[in-house]
Design a binder for this molecule. Structure first.
Ligand code: GLP
Length: 242
């Protein structure tokens, strides 16, 4: 695991965009799983600007959704697919045919998760997983406890995640209670993992991710045992530099 600490959010965004651009440069058809959440938004803005200037061509990547709220259709602005669409797919001119979605409808969840796993296997696994860090160590919506073999599946959100997602929704009472997530098994097997972390409020969970016991109670702690992991953090989030 390689920890890179940079000055601030702006620098995280630039460095994160460099990592993604270099992977796309080496393999234009890279299979990349794309986190939403606030942290990677600056990276995606950087990439969009580079795309507009013609410095990056991401249009051939295969983009995989990381997680989704159950029961929230893709047309709903609050769906994570909608967020991925606005922040990543549209600005980078990625066509629908190059996007692998997770199911959002409970009736189709099992079948949809199986189809998603087949699509990941068909391309030989993820070339890159771009991940944010949940306040409880969740990756995607792999809520604690989630071990390294946790599959792509339906999950119940923890109170901590409901609270931390409340801002996106306008209050904890309206946050969906269930979600679908790409499994730990697929994420940890990615050839490269880019974990992006920003802000003092992430300092404690980042410390537990990097140095704490490897345990299902902190799903992100399994990154200690995965290959090809880059943790990109700003000073505010960094437990060692603080
Ligand atoms: C959310 C999402 C994750 C995201 C994480 C961190 O709940 N399920 O995919 O990466 O929590 O979000 P943020 O970057 O807003 O802190």
């Amino acid at each position: 695991m390689k920890l890179i600490v940079v000055d601030d959010y702006e620098a995280v965004s630039r460095a994160g965009a460099d990592v993604i651009a270099s992977i796309i440069g080496r393999k234009p058809h890279s299979a990349i799983v794309i986190a939403t959440g606030d942290t990677p938004m600056g990276i995606y803005e950087q990439l969009a600007a580079r795309n507009a200037r013609g410095d990056v061509d991401a249009s051939r990547i295969l983009a995989f959704q990381l997680d989704e709220y159950l029961g929230v259709p893709p047309g709903d602005r609050r769906s994570l697919y909608g967020w991925m669409e606005r922040s990543f797919l549209a600005p980078l001119d990625i066509p629908d045919a190059n996007v692998v979605r997770l199911p959002w409808d409970e009736g189709l969840a099992e079948e949809g998760c199986a189809a998603y796993v087949r699509a990941v296997e068909a391309v030989g696994g993820f070339d890159l997983a771009v991940l944010g860090l949940g306040p409880n160590g969740h990756l995607g919506f792999n809520e604690p406890p989630s071990g390294p073999g946790s599959r792509t599946r339906l999950v119940d959100l923890t109170n901590e995640s409901i609270e931390s997602n409340a801002d996106y929704w306008g209050g904890p009472d309206v946050v969906p209670r269930r979600a679908v997530t790409a499994g730990m098994d697929l994420l940890l097997a990615a050839r490269q993992i880019l974990l992006v972390v920003s802000g003092e409020h992430k300092q404690d969970i980042l410390r537990r991710t990097l140095d704490g016991p490897v345990t299902p109670d902190v799903p992100s702690s399994y990154l200690q045992q995965a290959g090809g992991v880059i943790v990109l953090a700003d000073r505010a989030a960094s437990p060692s530099v603080g």
